[in-house]
Design a protein around this ligand. Structure first.
Ligand code: XMP
Length: 193
């Protein structure tokens, strides 16, 4: 399938599939069952990534799966500089002494992941291992200065990307394009960069 006309193809569905095979093997070799791992999926952007990656883990891996919902972008292409936890994981989930495999679509400014790692540690997680589909090489400046402190590095990342705003495979632009099977860069009008 081709990327829409106003976009530039970054990674095809096939490239994503084979990269996730390798990533799943890497995770399975590093995360031990004794850590009682739980995958926490950040909605909405990580839903396709998580569904595909987690199904590639060995059947005996025994990982629990939970979801939370966050927002930092609203409908634009720049971080608002503030993270909102719209919905937390179920209150009965006990994270104490466990490893969280935190799955998100992209680590951009790092604000969301910094916030979530602190949040999950406060909830008792022993260790939070960050896993993202995309790791942005250069930092997109948050709208409010001073919002970004130490930029966190993901332990697992499928792809590293440059400054383009990316859509497809779960990532959206103003609510659209999440369904695209590939990852593509949007050609933004100058005013939105
Ligand atoms: P931060 O800046 O907190 O960003 O690391 C993480 C969240 O921001 C969204 N985001 C994007 N969404 N294309 C998108 O569709 C992008 O290029 C992009 N950059 C950041 C995303 O929701 C992510 O969880």
């Amino acid at each position: 399938m081709q990327a829409p006309e106003n976009m530039r193809l970054l990674f095809t569905a096939g490239e994503i599939r084979s990269r996730l095979e390798r990533l799943a093997r890497e995770i399975a070799s590093k995360v031990k069952p004794s850590e009682r791992p739980i995958a926490i999926v950040v909605l909405q952007g990580a839903f396709i990534f998580a569904a595909d990656l987690l199904r590639k883990l060995p059947p005996a891996f025994g990982i629990e799966i939970a979801f939370l919902r966050c927002q930092s972008y609203g409908s634009g292409t720049r971080s608002s500089g503030r993270v909102l936890l719209l919905q937390d994981i179920d209150p009965e989930i006990d994270l104490r002494g466990r490893t969280v495999l935190l799955l998100d679509d992209i680590l951009d400014t790092g604000l969301t992941m910094n916030f979530l790692v602190s949040h999950l540690k406060r909830r008792g997680a022993e260790r939070v291992r960050v896993c993202v589909l995309l790791h942005r090489r250069r930092v997109a400046r948050p709208a409010k200065s001073g919002a970004r402190k130490k930029r966190l590095k993901p332990e697992f990342a499928a792809f590293t990307i440059g400054p383009d705003f990316v859509v497809g495979y779960g990532l959206d632009y103003a609510g659209k394009y999440r369904h695209l099977p590939m990852l593509a860069a949007v050609k933004l009008p100058r005013s939105k960069r």
